[in-house]
Design a protein around this ligand. Structure first.
Ligand SMILES: *Cc1c(COP(=O)(O)O)cnc(C)c1O
Length: 380
């Protein structure tokens, strides 16, 4: 099989698994226990927290472990909204956010919060000036993703962060898709909150983290004991947190070698050479993650084309919409017409992707496309 769906999820790195195993076996103590066994586990948990913090240039005290990217964004958005509702009830976001952002914002409408959704350009990019123009006296939060998961487009986060700081408005960045792929620095971004998802960078599923700048106090929603600075009660998911810490360490090593876009670039070059104008890139040509090509194939349905390639795993639209023939909401928000949006396939590349796999997929894609195009014109 050839797996080109690393934006949906990544396999757990074997070093991550190895780091986790002791915490499923002998190191089972409760990290809140005062005895030596508990203290050892506590140390491992705190080392993991420090590792995640270092990856995004934060302090360990600023990292809260969560069940993933979705929970991190829920915690930031709802927690910030309820903590600041005395100042105002208005939030600004973009038209291409993940459901982990749009759904909490929709839920907040029940409590009379209001959201302004700022449109993006044809590449999926929002203009910082448009964010600024949407701000009001009662705006308490700006929520913008770092990298769009379907098309990979990077947002002008640093610029938006500067505007948010000037205005004293909290800034949440959903970095679930960018952490581990490109450098992420919470200070350069001016972020007050940043969402992290372990399974997008070779960590386990069901673990993530929320960065929350020191001094920012949100309303907690999981009430219990005082774990995680009383922001999220309940005995910590130690093995998974240790796995996330290891994944963060591996990501730092990986990024120390630069940003790796070789497979993405090879794929696009070869695909363009094979199909020319009949294949179109969706997303920003340069300001984009190094791991993704979202391409539209003229005159075919993306899902049907993909179905022709046995044992090749990629995605049409977002993973959560798998099997759905509707045009992607993200592509639609980018102003891409319906026919082209339906012809879209997302290929995403990872650390295990080889040149041989890329060439093989391009060859089979081109053959399948020519076949489908020929039979479509024969039927006309
Ligand atoms: C995957 C993803 C999420 C959700 O993360 P989970 O850990 O799966 O809950 C949120 N935002 C973006 C941009 C993502 O790519």
């Amino acid at each position: 099989m050839i797996y080109l769906d690393y934006h949906a999820t990544t396999p757990v790195d074997s070093a991550v698994r190895d780091a986790m195993l002791p915490f499923l076996e002998s190191q089972f103590a409760n990290p809140s226990s005062g005895h030596a066994l508990g203290r050892n586990v506590r140390e491992a948990l705190e080392a993991a927290r420090a590792s995640v913090a270092t990856l995004v240039n934060a302090q360990p005290s600023e990292i809260t472990f969560t069940s993933g990217g979705t929970e991190a964004s829920n915690m930031a958005i709802k927690g910030a909204a309820f903590a600041r509702q005395d100042r105002g009830k208005h939030v600004v976001t973009t038209a291409v956010e993940h459901w982990a952002t749009t759904e909490p914002l929709k839920w907040l409408e029940r409590f009379n919060f209001e959201t302004t959704v700022v449109p993006v350009d044809g590449f999926g990019r929002v203009a910082a000036a448009d964010i600024e123009a949407a701000l009001r006296a009662d705006t308490i939060l700006i929520s913008v993703m770092h990298a769009q998961n379907e098309v990979g487009t990077l947002q002008p986060i640093d610029e938006i962060g500067r505007i948010a700081r000037q205005r004293g408005i909290w800034f949440h960045v959903d970095a679930a898709q960018s952490v581990g792929k490109v450098p992420v620095d919470v200070h350069a971004m001016g972020a007050d909150f940043l969402s992290i998802a372990g399974h997008k960078f070779y960590g386990p599923k069901g673990i993530g983290a929320l960065y929350m700048r020191d001094g920012v106090a949100i309303e907690p929603f999981i009430h219990g004991s005082t774990q995680e600075h009383a922001r999220r009660g309940g005995t910590e998911n130690v093995a998974m947190a240790v796995g996330l810490g290891k994944a963060a360490e591996l990501a730092r090593d990986y990024l120390a070698g630069g940003v790796h876009s070789e497979m993405r670039d090879l794929f696009w070059r070869e695909l363009k050479a094979a199909l020319g104008e009949r294949v179109m890139l969706n997303g920003h040509p340069e300001l984009r993650l190094p791991t993704v090509v979202n391409a539209s194939f003229a005159g075919v349905v993306g899902g049907n084309l993909l179905a022709e390639l046995e044992d090749v795993y990629a995605s049409t639209g977002a993973a959560c919409h798998h099997g759905d023939a509707k045009p992607s909401a993200v592509l639609t928000a980018m102003g891409i017409e319906r026919a082209r949006a339906i012809g879209a396939v997302r290929f995403s590349f990872g650390r295990q992707t080889t040149e041989g796999e890329v060439r093989e997929v391009v060859k089979r894609l081109a053959q399948a496309y020519e076949r489908m195009a020929a039979s479509a014109s024969a039927n006309q």
